[in-house]
Design a protein around this ligand. Structure first.
Ligand SMILES: [Mg+2]
Length: 217
């Protein structure tokens, strides 16, 4: 079986959280709606106007940079505070109303945790990340969580990836990064020499285990 990375050297796996360890379009829409509500308050716009502004700003930033842009980047561009946006998320988002625990993901991560140290690195904040991870039943398998409020340096950020590697005590070729957005989650780690795996749905996430086991070296 062919794989894009060599599993022999991998000792740790750094997962993105949202849309990677779970996939839930309704909760993704809820996050998007909360962002629009925050921008509407900031700019004194109706929700519909704010929605259009967020969409056009994201498109403009994406065209300028050539890569997909995060809600953090859109928020900053519109004069908002990423810290305030996350406080608003903490107050208003209810992941428990949308997410569904998946035993297949739990079991796979438990097996992977026997061979690798597992981490989460997310643009979500620590409070919501803890709620989501606990609700999904993943709290027992993670060695550590790196959240946006650690340094308010949203992904993609080369310095943060360097700090994470230092903290988890791995050199780049030992740390596999897994995420659903190449530009946001994977490009920087790959440029630093880390193996990466793009996982955009549950099937791809669940395939990770066989890729690691059967990967040639
Ligand atoms: Mg994601």
């Amino acid at each position: 079986m062919k794989s894009l990375f060599t599993s022999a050297e991998i000792r740790g796996i750094v997962f993105d959280l949202d849309a990677t360890l779970y996939v839930c379009d309704r909760f993704a829409a809820e996050i998007q709606n909360a962002s629009v509500t925050y921008i509407a308050g900031l700019k004194r716009l109706t929700p519909a106007e704010a929605g259009e502004l967020v969409a056009s700003t994201r498109q403009m930033l994406t065209e300028e940079s050539g890569t997909v842009q995060t809600i953090s980047a859109v928020c900053r561009e519109l004069g908002g505070s990423v810290q305030e946006l996350h406080r608003f998320f903490e107050r208003t988002l209810r992941p428990e109303a949308f997410l569904v625990r998946d035993e297949r993901v739990i079991r796979m991560l438990e097996r992977l945790a026997e061979r690798y140290s597992l981490y989460i690195y997310t643009n979500n904040n620590r409070v919501l990340t803890a709620r989501i991870v606990n609700y999904l039943g993943l709290d027992g398998v993670m060695r550590g969580i790196f959240a946006i409020d650690d340094a308010w340096r949203p992904k993609p950020d080369e310095e943060m990836v360097g700090r994470i590697l230092e903290q988890i005590g791995l050199v780049p070729n030992e740390a596999l990064f897994v995420g659903d957005r190449y530009d946001v989650d994977l490009r920087v780690p790959e440029q630093l020499g880390c193996p990466v795996y793009l996982s955009r749905n549950l099937e791809q996430l669940l395939r990770l285990e066989e890729l690691l086991i059967f990967s040639p070296f």
